[in-house]
Design a protein around this ligand. Structure first.
Ligand code: FAD
Length: 320
């Protein structure tokens, strides 16, 4: 007897397809920042994200705090970490060591980046360093291959950066897409975008990327747009100009509560437009604060899979 042919009715409707949710955190710089970060981590853990990413100083300056935070996320929470890693200021040899250390700790996702260039370009590229993020993707795949038995044929998920507005050092947006394609060919599995302020920038990137042959998911990176000061700093760092109307509204806000209300509404609008255009998820840049991220999330009402109760290991109390 031939097996029954599944009826069309068994295929879930596209509208119910869940989307990915992730957050970016950065390693704390001191004990006070660590306490506040851990309060944020516990709040975000309750939303059952797919992963949380942990940034890495371009020169590797915060390597120890980044590795410690990744280790604690793995051992004390139910969260899956995605470790950022950068080429700048590190030799390939050093980076291979960090990748191996991350895998040994149980990290299974790495965001491979070139890194922000330091003020002094001489320190950016020590002899034996990698020039582009694509080189780091290849290096991760080589280290992974050497440890394939340990990974039991599993795979390290490699993410890369993508740019809805032109990368400041790039000659054109077309070049940016060629770079993204090269990172995919080197072994990248997905991309997370730099901040953007107009959904059309995200839609344009996806359209250009698909035309060029990029098939990996491109996840929009969205920042809660609640502080004018932060947006100005971000613009200087990324070269992405914020919406003048939003800056104006934030500048006129009477207090922090009103700023947050204005910013959350703008962020929800941006994320909603990207999702309506087919974005496969949302990556929220939290700046280690949960209030605005949770407000955005609540308003977005993302279609998410039912929460899976995962192990959340909290440090054991040592009894005398
Ligand atoms: P690449 O893809 O290597 O590109 C860098 C520049 O080189 C671009 O201008 C590109 O056009 C050019 N280029 C690339 N390949 C070639 C080639 N073959 N020939 C000619 N030109 C080429 N920075 C940090 O320091 N730490 C972090 O934790 C961090 N996290 C980030 C997370 C996300 C989601 C994003 C979007 C960015 C992050 N950054 C971080 C910033 C990032 O490091 C910078 O944007 C950096 O300037 C570029 O990194 P990249 O990985 O895109 O580099």
């Amino acid at each position: 007897m031939s097996p029954p042919i599944p009826s069309r009715a068994t295929v879930p409707p596209a509208a119910a397809t869940p989307v990915a949710l992730s957050y970016e955190l950065f390693p704390p710089r001191n004990a006070t920042a660590a306490a506040s970060l851990w309060a944020t981590i516990r709040e975000l853990e309750g939303t059952n994200p797919d992963y949380v990413s942990v940034t890495y100083g371009a020169s590797g300056s915060n390597r120890d705090t980044a590795v410690e935070l990744l280790h604690r996320l793995l051992t004390e929470t139910s969260l899956r970490p995605l470790a950022h890693l950068t080429c700048v200021g590190n030799t390939a040899h050093d980076l291979a060591g960090v990748i191996a250390e991350l895998l040994d700790h149980g990290v299974r996702g790495i965001l491979a980046l070139r890194g922000d260039l330091p003020q002094d370009p001489a320190t950016a590229r020590p002899p034996g360093s990698l020039t582009y993020a694509r080189d780091l993707v290849e290096l991760i795949r080589r280290v992974e291959q050497r440890r394939s038995a340990m990974l039991c044929a599993g795979k390290v998920a490699i993410g890369v950066a993508a740019y809805p507005a032109k990368h400041p050092e790039s000659p054109s947006i077309e070049h940016d897409v060629e770079v993204l394609l090269a990172k995919q060919r080197a072994g990248a599995d997905f991309a997370i975008t730099q901040v953007f302020f107009h959904a059309d920038q995200y839609k344009g990137l996806v359209a250009r990327a698909r035309r060029a042959g990029v098939s990996i998911p491109i996840i929009p990176g969205v920042i809660p747009l609640t502080s004018r000061r932060r947006l100005d700093r971000l613009a200087a760092l990324t070269g992405v100009a914020p919406d003048p109307a939003l800056l104006d509204a934030l500048g006129r806000a009477g207090d922090a509560v009103e700023s947050r209300r204005i910013g959350v509404r703008a962020t929800v609008g941006l994320a909603r437009d990207a999702l309506d255009a087919g974005a496969p998820g949302i990556h929220l840049y939290t700046f280690n604060e949960h209030a605005a991220a949770l407000a955005v999330l609540e308003a977005l009402q993302l279609p998410r899979p039912p929460a899976v109760v995962r192990r959340s290991v909290r440090p054991q109390l040592v009894r005398a």
